[in-house]
Write a protein that binds this ligand. Structure first.
Ligand code: ADP
Ligand code: MG
Length: 596
């Protein structure tokens, strides 16, 4: 066995160990069941001898009663064993799921930039389920079969060691085949999991993106893509099943070969008078019985291999570095007193730096606007402050304290975020608004909604605060969603605010309302704002102009216009565009969504 495999086993056994008392109970029950099975077989002898030959009437009454009693005991013990085994297996996978969920939650944004949601879902739901099956099967049958194997091998050696040696000649090729089949099954199991993950990814993308699928009339195209992945799943599954079925067939053939050899040789010995027919038949019986557990062990081994494939994928996630976490001894961030400073901050997602030597500060209570062409790195810069991504070099300091020295919880508690794409949950308005402060009272919620200009439309919803708003809030308009997000931020009441083009996807009517809500939200807070419309940040205390990942200009609006640089160009460009397009020419809502 390879070292990596051994570690995998050991790790899985570590989970079983959590349940050791139950495991012992299950094992004991199983041994008793085997014993009772033997006892039942043994009963045939007194039945024949005493009842039929000796015509013992008392035995005739007693034996059927005993039979019923034995079966009842056997049934009860079997149930006990099955129950315990499944209890253990389910307990383990429930624990693993929780661990997976928690661990995924701890992954940084960068992790989710590269993993498909559907594939991750598939691991947590499906791969773990495969493990349940194999844990239950393996722990049960391999134990029983190993016991039987040892016992029966002893019996055949006791009967006739020369024949026994012949009989166990099949052990080496059998183990070799078991290993080969195991390896093949593990590979196939992995492929099967990948094909399920693929199905999940397609399903998830198509269901969440179905508006676009319909808008582009791509239903047939998507259906074919899905059918292809589905067919791939079928193929892999068929290969898997074929290998599963082939394995015992081959093992049996091997057994038959061994048996044939022994019958010829043993029969010859009996004819020669070297051994008695009694010994020979007893030997043969033990041999027949011996091959059953071998077969059992090979099936169990197959299950193990399939389970290990799943375990590997599960552990791969559990072994991920948790990314951005608290340093040991991280302190609670003290309240903001003076300023937030970016000091020589550089950042890259991969090879290419996206931000270079960013250096500026935001004074407490100020509103600072980040402006610059698309792709300049504005969103990236904002995402560094709550440590969604970690700076590559340089530092972000709050009153001189590096944000990497404070606890994530205290840092993020101080920061409110409103972005272009609002993320809402498929729950009630109440739930969504109170998300940042679960203990908020009804009054608090209403107040936040009023301040966010959302109260009237919420009250007009069929169930008011208790209306479920649909996935991502689909049952609301873009502006309504945005105002709920603002109410959520208001309720959290963070001293620092990050706004990322919060109004850019709105028509001018809702933009006005959202802008009013935002102005209200910014009152008395320190804010860093990215605005797609420069007119909304004209009054900012300071504008930081980014281009190509560098700060190219900073200053107040008037200063920057006078400087006649990058900002002036952006401003003129937008001014000219706004002159041209009056609000009346806005696209209707439906076309807008398509254009997304
Ligand atoms: P802005 O908000 O100014 O339009 P962004 O900060 O979103 O710009 O993006 C800056 C650059 O970083 C772009 O070139 C973009 O391609 C790249 N980028 C943005 N997000 C990621 C990401 N998650 N992974 C890799 N590259 C990214
Ligand atoms: Mg952006």
């Amino acid at each position: 066995m390879k070292k990596a495999d051994f570690q995998l086993y050991a790790r899985l056994l570590g989970y079983v160990r959590l349940y050791w008392p139950r495991f012992l109970l299950a094992a004991a029950a199983m041994l008793l069941v085997s014993g009772l099975t033997a006892a039942l077989a043994y009963l045939v002898k007194p039945f024949l001898d005493d009842v039929f030959f000796q015509k013992n009437l008392q035995m005739l009454y007693q034996l059927p009663l005993l039979l019923v009693a034995l079966y009842a005991a056997k049934g009860g013990l079997s149930l006990l064993h099955t129950y315990q085994m499944h209890y253990i297996a389910l307990g383990i996978i429930t624990l693993m799921r929780d661990q997976l969920f928690r661990h995924l939650q701890r992954q940084p944004h960068a992790y989710f930039d590269y993993e498909a949601t559907g594939a991750l879902t598939s691991r947590v739901v499906y791969d773990v389920l495969l493990l349940q099956d194999s844990v239950a099967k393996v722990v049960t049958s391999s134990l029983k079969d190993s016991f039987t194997l040892v016992g029966l091998t002893a019996v055949i050696f006791y009967q006739d060691w020369r024949l026994a040696l012949m009989a166990i000649l099949i052990f080496p090729p059998a183990s070799y085949l078991i290993m080969r089949f195991g390896r093949r099954l593990r590979q196939l199991a992995k492929e099967s999991q990948q094909s399920v993950a693929r199905l999940n990814v397609l399903l998830q993308e198509n269901l969440t993106g179905q508006r676009i699928v319909k808008a582009f009339a791509r239903e047939e195209f998507e259906a074919q893509r899905f059918a292809q992945a589905n067919e791939r799943f079928q193929q892999v599954q068929m290969k898997l099943r074929l290998t599963r079925g082939l394995s015992p067939a081959v093992m049996e053939l091997l057994g038959a070969l061994g048996m044939a050899a022994i019958i010829s040789y043993g029969g010859y010995q009996v004819i020669q008078g070297a051994t008695t027919p009694g010994t020979f038949f007893s030997f043969m019986t033990a041999l027949f019985l011996l091959y059953a557990p071998i077969r059992g062990l090979s099936t169990a081994q197959n299950s193990v291999q399939e389970g290990l494939a799943a375990a590997q994928r599960v552990f791969a996630i559990l072994d991920l570095e948790p990314g951005i976490v608290d340093r040991p001894g991280a302190i609670v961030l003290p309240p903001l007193r003076r300023e937030i400073a970016f000091r020589q901050v550089s950042f890259s997602y991969g090879e290419e730096p996206v931000l270079r030597d960013i250096d500026f500060a935001v004074k407490k209570g100020d509103m600072v606007a980040l402006v610059g062409p698309s792709g300049a790195g504005k969103t990236t810069l904002l995402s560094l402050l709550p440590r969604f991504y970690e700076v590559t070099s340089g530092a972000i300091l709050i009153d001189g304290v590096d944000i990497r020295e404070v606890s994530l919880a205290s840092l993020r508690a101080r920061i409110g975020v409103v972005t272009q794409q609002t993320i809402l949950f498929n729950e009630t308005v109440r739930y969504n608004v109170a998300y940042g402060r679960l203990e908020a009272t009804e009054d608090d919620i209403r107040q936040a909604l009023r301040a966010a200009h959302a109260y009237d439309f919420v009250m007009a919803l069929p169930q008011g605060l208790d209306t479920v708003i649909g996935e991502q809030g689909v049952r609301l308009s873009g502006g309504e969603r945005q105002r709920l997000a603002i109410a959520r931020a208001l309720l959290k009441d963070p001293p620092v605010l990050l706004l990322d083009e919060a109004t850019s996807s709105l028509d001018s009517e809702s933009e006005r309302e959202v802008q009013q809500a935002l102005d209200r939200l910014m009152e008395g807070r320190t804010s860093l704002v990215i605005a797609h419309r420069l007119s909304t940040v004209r009054h900012a205390h300071r504008l930081v102009v980014l281009d190509g990942g560098r700060v190219v200009e900073t200053g107040a609006h008037e200063e920057l216009l006078r400087a006649d640089g990058c900002y002036k160009r952006l401003y003129d460009l937008q001014f000219a565009r706004e002159e041209k397009s009056s609000p009346e020419q806005e696209l209707p809502e439906s076309e807008k969504k398509v254009a997304l």
